[in-house]
Design a protein around this ligand. Structure first.
Ligand code: CP
Ligand code: NVA
Length: 303
């Protein structure tokens, strides 16, 4: 088992499936009010260089429910924000904390942290990937469809961190994924190359209808991610037609489900009607961040 949780592709299917099994157990315990203090007395340091609602709250609440404690650190209020080297911050934090979660821009930052920290590092989103989110997404699919296997998945929109993590997941778990992006907004080339080497069943297209045809799971995300706000207008032009709406949904399998990691821009990448409609499992998906991350933390940190 890996010491850190930086990317889905660093993990084996067996170990990831154990996380899903533990997630179901912990979710059940939390719902029935049974204590599950697997991380009694432990502390998770959480560094945020970007905004967050779900990630911050779900990790913080999750640590509390596991009997531990979480520290919210905005990088701008730490010495990191004044240029203290990552390798020094990592070594110091590892002496106080039992695990560290980081949300940042460059993926190299979480890798450098992991290299210098002897406590586990969890990726809470980088520009490259968002593995905790896609684990929560897959757990939500399992809840709604009984299994994640033998389903057709599609991604409509930007080839961003979420799209990259879905490609990593398709390669690792072996399911079929179709990704529709405008030609200039394809997912990360190295992620694609590595997934192809692993034999991924991946279709890249610029036609959202081709991606959505017969799909069981439709997924999208904002057109301008954190850090790309200045490109919003240009992206609105480029992504016209890459919207999950009722017309696109009609092309999918009759029982298809719709997902979005949130926050959403309603009536841009997804219509309000679809978000609020019967096929949306978006708020179950948001809830499952809590349960899946508790399982990830317990897997990495339990003594
Ligand atoms: N989906 C997600 O990571 O949400 P936040 O940005 O609110 O943490
Ligand atoms: N792609 C989005 C995901 C937010 C959870 C971003 O990086 O801003």
């Amino acid at each position: 088992m890996n010491k850190d949780f930086l990317s889905i592709s660093d993990w084996s299917v067996e170990d990831l499936e154990k996380i899903f099994t533990l997630t179901a157990e912990l979710k059940q315990k939390q719902k029935e009010g049974t204590p599950h203090r697997l991380l009694e007395g432990q502390t998770l340091g959480m560094i945020f260089e970007k905004s967050s609602t779900r990630t911050r709250i779900s990790f913080e609440v999750g640590m509390y429910q596991l009997g531990g404690h979480a520290l919210f650190l905005h990088s701008g209020n730490t010495q990191m924000g004044r240029g203290e080297p990552i390798k020094d911050t990592a070594r110091v934090m590892a002496r106080y904390c039992d695990g560290i979660m980081i949300r940042t821009f460059s993926h190299a930052v979480v890798e450098e942290f992991a290299q210098h920290s002897y406590v586990p590092i969890v990726n809470g989103l980088t520009d490259l990937c968002h593995p905790c989110q896609v684990m929560a997404d897959l757990f939500t699919v399992i809840e709604h469809k009984q299994d994640y296997r033998n389903l057709k998945y599609c991604w409509i929109g930007d080839g961003n961190n979420m799209a990259n993590s879905w490609i990593n997941a398709a390669a690792t778990f072996g399911f079929e994924l179709r990704v529709a992006t405008p030609a200039n907004y394809q997912p990360n080339a190295e992620v694609i190359a590595k997934a192809r080497q692993a034999g991924v069943k991946l279709l890249l297209t610029a036609d959202p209808r081709e991606a959505a045809a017969g799909a069981d799971v439709l997924n999208t995300d904002v057109w301008a991610s954190m850090g790309q706000e200045a490109e919003q207008l240009e992206r609105e032009q480029a992504f016209k037609g890459f919207q999950i709406n009722s017309d696109l949904l009609k092309l999918a399998a009759p029982e298809a489900v719709v997902m979005h990691c949130l926050p959403a821009h309603r009536d841009e990448e997804i219509t309000d009607e679809v978000m609020e409609g019967p096929q949306s499992i978006i708020f179950d998906e948001a809830e499952n961040r809590l349960h899946v991350q508790k399982a990830i933390l317990a897997t990495l940190m339990a003594r």
